[in-house]
Design a binder for this molecule. Structure first.
Ligand code: ATP
Length: 332
């Protein structure tokens, strides 16, 4: 029986990296039947909606999706299709591992960090109002239910993956109520996982420590906006946005997508690094129980990165997206 999986190519470099990932997955021999659906600018032009109902329904029906990035206009225009998808499917946990890879040059070696980001509320609640002329308010929402379930997701992830420590990241010295309540909820959940070390870090101090001595961290748990920012920082520590994967997990549905955005500056040139989405596909294979294929694919990626000729421009090389795919397929 094939795995039925929704494929959302997205826009910008999305279709290129989605096609690359499809080719690599075909090379693993895992039987996948793709249900291609649209989201982002192309969907907006074709149907007037950046996230058509059919796309949401397909993901709901299949339970798993692989998604390319979609462009969100800054300061105006349509609401982010990503935020809408996460909300529509209640994809509350964003898991973003940032792990060093052999051959990929970065400031630190042997990094193995994981950001667990709350995906449904915080400052991404979409509740903004103009109170009066010259005054705009953005509301940061913190609920007990969402805080407890993201904390549970982080500790369960730590337990399943043999991680030793969870650090809750906050700014409760300033946002005493909002972040203070988040910490209270997380602290309560932590009591159920005595084998995992639990501590907290103020976000500004964490940023400084991440830049100076990131090896001290393990799993970092945080609300939505902090997670968005810290994921990019962690990506920078292990080689850049082009190489880090992500998983958005809900109770019944999971969507796998790279951390990077649609990178319109390099779209259509065939030079985008496909590793972010390909590594997201490794997480997807693990999720659907194809563990040996996941392992084979990950070691093929690692082997490929040892060859400078298989590195794209963001990693200091000249390889095209297709060159990377060919090299991985050869190593598979
Ligand atoms: P968003 O707001 O949608 O998250 P962003 O503003 O963070 O997007 P990205 O689209 O992620 O920006 O890209 C930032 C820059 O990083 C791009 O301009 C591009 O040069 C580079 N970049 C991102 N992803 C890749 C990739 N897969 N391969 C090569 N370069 C990339």
């Amino acid at each position: 029986m094939p795995h039925c999986i929704t494929l959302i190519p997205g826009d910008g470099i999305g279709p290129e990296v989605a096609d690359a990932t499809k080719r690599v997955l075909a090379g693993t021999g895992v039987n996948i039947e793709w249900d291609v659906q649209h989201s982002g600018l192309q969907a907006l032009e074709e149907s007037g909606d950046a996230l058509p109902d059919a796309t949401v329904e397909s993901v709901r029906a299949n339970g798993v999706a692989l998604k390319g990035p979609t462009t969100t206009p800054v300061g105006k225009g349509h609401v982010s299709a990503n935020v809408r998808l996460r909300r529509a499917l209640d994809l509350y946990a964003s898991i973003r591992p940032a792990k060093s890879m052999p051959g990929v040059v970065s400031r630190y070696e042997d990094l193995d960090l994981v950001v667990v980001r709350e995906n449904t509320e915080g400052l991404y609640s979409g509740q903004e109002v103009q109170v009066t002329d010259g005054v705009v308010v953005s509301i940061k929402v913190v609920t007990e239910a969402a805080s407890r379930r993201i904390a549970t997701a982080a500790f369960e992830y730590a337990r399943k993956n043999g991680r030793k420590r969870v650090t809750a990241v906050h700014k409760a010295n300033i946002m005493k109520m909002g972040d203070g309540f988040f910490l209270e909820c997380v602290g309560d959940i932590a009591k159920g996982y005595p084998e995992i070390q639990y501590d907290t870090a103020i976000i500004d101090a964490l940023c400084m420590q991440l830049v100076r001595n990131p090896n001290v961290f393990d799993v970092m748990l945080m609300e939505n906006l902090y997670g968005d920012i810290i994921s990019d920082l962690c990506a920078g520590l292990v080689g850049g946005l082009g190489v880090v994967p992500g998983a958005n997990i809900g109770a019944d549905v999971a969507v796998f997508e790279a951390v990077h955005g649609s990178a319109p500056d390099i779209a259509g040139q065939g030079v985008a690094n496909p590793l972010g989405l390909i590594k997201s596909a490794v997480l997807m294979l693990e999720h659907i129980g194809e563990l040996s294929a996941a392992e084979r694919l990950y070691s093929a990626i690692e082997q490929t990165m040892l060859d400078p000729k298989a590195r794209t421009a963001d990693l200091g090389g000249n390889a095209t997206t297709n060159d990377v795919v060919d090299a991985i397929l050869e190593a598979c």
